[in-house]
Design a protein around this ligand. Sequence first.
Ligand code: GRF
Length: 321
Amino acid sequence: MAEKAKIAILISGRGSNMAAMVYAAKSSDCPYDIVLVASNDPDAPGLKLAEAEGIATFAHPHKGLTRETHDGIMHDAIVASGAEYVALAGYMRILSDGFVRKWTDHMINIHPSLLPKYKGLDTYQRAIDAGDSVAGCSVHLVTAELDDGPVLAQTEVAILPDDDADSLASRILIAEHQLYPATLAKYVTREADPDWILTQIRERALALEETHERTSFGAPGWRVGSKTTGKYFAYFAQSHHGEASIALLVKTAGLDKQSALIDADPELYYAPKFYGKSGWIAIRLDTGRTDWDHIASRLYSSWCQVAPKRLTRMIAIADQF
Ligand code: GRF
């Protein structure tokens, strides 16, 4: 198994979601370790539980500090713990933009509603008052806007006719304890998930001008030009001909460029079989260290190789300005 992702959990209170993640992490096949539980409240009951489980804890009250200063103190403690991800679990603080930016795509939260419904507080009563038949919980990435980041997963929880906010909250909490550890596990291993990788490639390939997707011998491929005369500039290869399990195939400027790239990084590049002396190159996508900006620029170079002159000419002109 690949190295486990290191997680810091931020809490302000009882920490039952934190406990759910701590217990999930005890299983040997869980892809993450909890390396820190931190709080803005030194008396948060969850801290005692974390300590008893042998997890490092950190607390620093926010009283009298600006939001930026307190966030900075928390950030330093998280970095010192070696954590790569932050999981908010009942952390009752609005985070400064600077803190959120530092943890972009690396910070997740659980919220007790089916987002985008009922952001903020009092979610249970609002769902009941609205006459909803289901409530639930959502795990989402944290962005600057409160409870607004992309939703990673949700669980629906039926509202019973005699539910009040407390009874509904306690049932949603059971769902939270299932959802949060499982979603975190999926998220930290997303770079090994072929569907996630394919989505990343697709977004970048289709962002280029006049492109469309077409399957070629079962493999997703991307073409530039019209639907009838377009030419392929990329293929997504999964378990192709017994080579690396997942790779992107793109066209380079020619054989010299192809061999220069392979010489420079033979772990990343290889010459795909059955592509002859054509300058096509394979870039492994299963190394766990994919540089997506690099992938985007390789896709662009490949697009330039095969795009119709009228498209590349316009770019050559634009590049002069
Ligand atoms: C949960 O209801 C969670 O959805 C919300 O805060 C509460 C935290 O509870 N974000 P706990 O501290 O994890 O028990």
